[in-house]
Design a protein around this ligand. Structure first.
Ligand SMILES: CC(C)(COP(=O)(O)OP(=O)(O)OC[C@H]1O[C@@H](n2cnc3c(N)ncnc32)[C@H](O)[C@@H]1OP(=O)(O)O)[C@@H](O)C(=O)NCCC(=O)NCCS
Length: 429
């Protein structure tokens, strides 16, 4: 097989080296194309562009494969703890027992956030969206840790920023929920495991002991793992491109949260539940909404269906669906919205429109259902996605930083006015 491709333009031949990934993926290295030919590549929304080499996550969208550092998502979701997966993503290998103990101890030591953070929370109006709050809190962390602004710190200092982020994000997320409910804060309890600690801060009350439910802990652990990384998606690419200007980690992650918020990305999990509520309020006619999604004159889309990369099935959705069934069963949830979700899933999957376009339920379709059954308010769903995605974003940012990648800066094909003289006020009519 040739390791070069030829691009012939006018009389010029450009030889592009073929780059091969460890799973056999092939890409054309066109980094010298413009210098040699004056041409740039044109690929709106980067549908066909490899922006980086990366050794963190592998996806085969046709086969429905997702692996982190070589380990399948099925093995990780069924066997690992979220912190184990975070360690894997961040350090490149699974921890041994001692490394895991040391890591969990380290994270426990950093779960508290500065008391002044509470004052910032007080300034948010009631009803402000939790994702906006999380973005603000995240960039505000740089104010509490100004050392993080220095892009030339020691590796130990970078590691400390990363540890703080992993340790404090659950505390911030729980604070957002408590503010929303108008309840007093529940501080971290460091004898608890990471996920249990989060659930205790979230659903516990200062007035009484919270009984942790192993079914909920296991479901939450699985959900966080399933969201931990997804290679060069919109938010991870945002984190990388912001970080490429040597912006600090907190600011880069805050930008990633902004990207995640949109309904075409993580915001879809909130929209799934809102869509189901709309269907219910409209009388429960699922077919009517399927028909709307198929109508090209109607901007409505079935939320939680379709994926840029997965064109067969979303492996995370398969795992989560089993988990959703278990959680609903064990919690004895009897929620009409969830029956609507099942009906919608069945009808859409049987419809040729969705089959022809390879549109299947994605991770957001089922995650919202579990979060609702667990008792999270709908507008917290995307924040929970962000909590799970934290190690992935950080791993992507760190990989980019350590590789010394230059500032990200796409080109464009300009289609505006060509040069014209500046008119006087009179000449403008
Ligand atoms: C995820 C998503 C943004 C992927 O977008 P994409 O890769 O750019 O795919 P496109 O928008 O080009 O869609 C391809 C075709 O499927 C249709 N389509 C895609 N998702 C659809 C949906 N959820 N409902 C109805 N039609 C959909 C498009 O209209 C298009 O049809 P056409 O070929 O007749 O024009 C898109 O599927 C979507 O908007 N899904 C709903 C939001 C969601 O769940 N996001 C979470 C992703 S994890």
């Amino acid at each position: 097989m040739s390791n070069q491709a030829k691009i012939i333009y006018n009389d010029q031949t450009f030889e592009a080296p073929v780059v091969k990934g460890s799973e056999g993926e092939l890409g054309l290295d066109i980094s010298k194309l413009r210098g040699s030919t004056g041409l740039v590549t044109y690929d709106v929304a980067y549908k066909n562009t490899g922006a980086t080499q990366s050794s963190i996550t592998f996806i085969d969208g046709e086969k429905g494969i997702l692996r982190h550092r070589g380990y399948s998502i099925e093995d990780l979701a069924n066997n690992a703890s979220f912190l184990e997966v975070a360690y894997l993503l961040l350090k490149g290998h699974l921890p041994n027992k001692k490394e895991y103990q040391d890591y969990t101890d380290l994270i426990r030591m950093h779960t508290l956030v500065n008391e002044d953070v509470k004052h910032v929370f007080q300034a948010f109006p009631n009803g402000s969206h939790p994702m906006g709050q999380l973005m603000t809190m995240m960039s505000m962390m740089s104010a509490f840790y100004p050392d993080s602004l220095n892009p030339h710190r020691s590796e130990e200092d970078f590691d400390m920023t990363i540890t703080r982020l992993i340790a404090k994000t659950p505390t911030l997320v729980a604070m957002i929920l408590k503010k929303k409910m108008g309840h007093p804060l529940v501080y971290p309890k460091n004898k608890l495991e990471y996920v249990d600690n989060f659930l205790n801060m979230t659903f516990g009350q200062v007035t009484e002991e919270y009984d942790l439910d192993p079914v909920l802990s296991s479901a939450m652990n699985k959900l966080l793992i399933l969201h931990a990384d997804h290679e060069q998606n919109c938010s991870a690419s945002t984190v990388r491109i912001v970080g490429s200007s040597q912006s600090n980690l907190y600011a880069s992650i805050s930008a990633g949260i902004a990207a995640l918020w949109g309904p075409s990305h993580g915001g879809a999990n909130q929209r799934v539940l809102e869509m189901l509520e709309d269907i219910s309020q409209d009388g429960g006619n699922v077919q009517k909404f399927i028909d709307r999604a198929k109508d090209k004159n109607d901007p409505f889309r079935l939320m939680g269906f379709g994926h840029r990369v997965y064109k067969n099935f979303d492996p995370r959705a398969r795992i989560i669906k089993t988990s959703a069934d278990k959680v609903l069963d064990q919690l004895k949830v009897n929620d009409p919205i969830l029956y609507l979700a099942k009906e919608l899933e069945e009808k859409a999957l049987a419809d040729p429109y969705f089959a022809e376009r390879k549109l299947f339920p994605n991770v957001d379709f089922y995650s919202g259902i579990i979060y609702r059954a667990m008792g999270f308010p709908v507008d917290m769903f995307t924040v929970l996605f962000a909590l799970g995605r934290m190690p992935g974003w950080i791993a992507q940012w760190n990989e980019m930083r350590k590789a010394g990648q230059p500032i990200g800066r796409p080109r464009q094909i300009y289609t505006g006015e060509v040069h014209r003289p500046y008119p006087s006020w009179d000449e403008r009519g």
